[in-house]
Design a protein. Structure first.
Length: 382
């Protein structure tokens, strides 16, 4: 079987879904394929929830991308009549090293992002349920919050299909060739022809392109825990509690959304893993670290049960910048990934950027280039 498309997008995570969506809106004949399904349990875009924040310290590139993406997410949810964004606010909390909060305020001011700076006394007044030992100041993004991740990805794919994009479940084999390739093959032997191919395969990029990306994509194991609030206690749900990030603790979380519990996750990169074979069961060590943190920062949850756990993966580049560039040998093959634990929120802007680059109407960002990707990790984007 041979089918011709303008663009075949491989991978229906948030980057691939929004790329297909934008290309479809520009009138292109697009195939979107995924081995396991949009927002599936194995994917970095899976899971219940993801933060969308504007703050990136002094990094204006991602602040502007977040602002653009939040506007598109809101427009999309309004148009499709889906309540998949919770405007919880996002609260940054800093200790003695508060430079990043100051840089975030300066960048948001420059870029037109809304924020409030909070001193220690104001934090104590507004958030008495938070343990503020060692915390000197905070910054609140009142219009940021949480995207309901797996459902949001599925919604983007469904809307893309309504707009003419074709979706199918298929595993695509490693492509070979030089110059412009004409087709790729599925694991079942089907041949798929297209003018352009976009591989947005997340943690699998290094396995599909081992020579080019095997040493430049670093999938890491990340554990997430949900703690059940005491019965009838609304202190840990919005609007009482926003989404929050403790800079020096390298831990972030979300309030009790949709009665799932308070979410706790460590932002440090975990061990390097294979996305096909890693265990999806949370560890006792991870649970103990989460319990210690809860006792310190949310004393009202001391002894609270863990009601749900999840193991996913980051798909890191060496420094946290995205990867969006052509394959070095196959000129009509694009590599799109490197979400690096912060990418989900940027799905709309990434899809728009990729569509623009493919169709020749967008400027390139050097930080996204393959040439900028090194083989030793030194994280710079948080």
């Amino acid at each position: 079987m041979s089918t011709g498309y303008d663009v075949a997008v491989i991978g229906a995570g948030v980057f691939g879904a929004w790329t297909a969506w934008h290309l479809g809106r520009r009138g292109k004949h697009v195939l979107l394929a995924d081995a396991y399904g949009p927002g599936n349990a194995r994917a970095s875009s899976g899971g219940e929830s993801r933060i969308i924040r504007m703050g990136y310290g002094a990094d204006e590139l991602y602040t502007r991308s977040s602002l653009r993406s939040l506007a598109q997410w809101k427009e999309f949810f309004a148009a499709t009549q889906q309540a998949l964004f919770h405007e919880t606010g996002v609260l940054w909390l800093a200790g003695e090293d508060d430079a990043r909060v100051g840089q975030t305020a300066e960048t948001l001011r420059r870029c037109g992002g809304a924020f409030e700076e909070l001193g220690r006394a104001e934090l104590e007044r507004q958030y008495p349920q938070i343990g503020l030992d060692g915390i000197t100041k905070g910054l609140l993004e009142p219009h940021s919050g949480v995207l309901m991740a797996r459902r949001a990805v599925a919604a983007v794919v469904e809307d893309a299909v309504r707009g003419g994009v074709e979706y199918r479940a298929a595993q695509i084999a490693e492509p070979h060739g030089a110059g412009a390739i004409g087709a790729v093959k599925t694991s079942s032997g089907e041949r798929i022809e297209a003018g352009t191919f976009v591989f947005a395969c997340g943690a699998w990029l290094g396995k599909i392109f081992p020579d080019v990306l095997g040493s430049r994509i670093f999938p890491s194991r990340q554990e997430v825990f949900f703690f059940g609030a005491p019965p009838g206690d609304a202190r840990f749900a919005p609007p009482a509690l926003p989404t929050w990030l403790f800079q020096e603790d390298e831990i972030y979380g979300m309030p009790d959304l949709e009665s799932r519990g308070l979410k706790i996750a460590v932002d440090r990169h975990g061990e390097r893993v294979d996305p096909d074979t890693q265990s999806r069961l949370a560890s006792a060590e991870g649970a103990e670290e989460a319990r210690r943190f809860v006792e310190q920062r949310f004393p009202g949850l001391r002894g609270a049960p863990i009601v749900e756990t999840r193991v996913c993966q980051y798909e890191n580049t060496w420094n946290g910048d995205f990867l969006i560039d052509r394959h070095p040998e196959m000129e009509n093959v694009w590599l799109v990934g490197g979400g690096s634990g912060h990418g989900f929120k940027h799905g709309p802007a990434v899809g728009e950027y990729v569509a623009g680059r493919i169709l020749g109407g967008g400027e390139s960002e050097e930080r996204f280039s393959l040439a900028s990707k090194e083989t030793v990790q030194r994280r710079a984007v948080f």
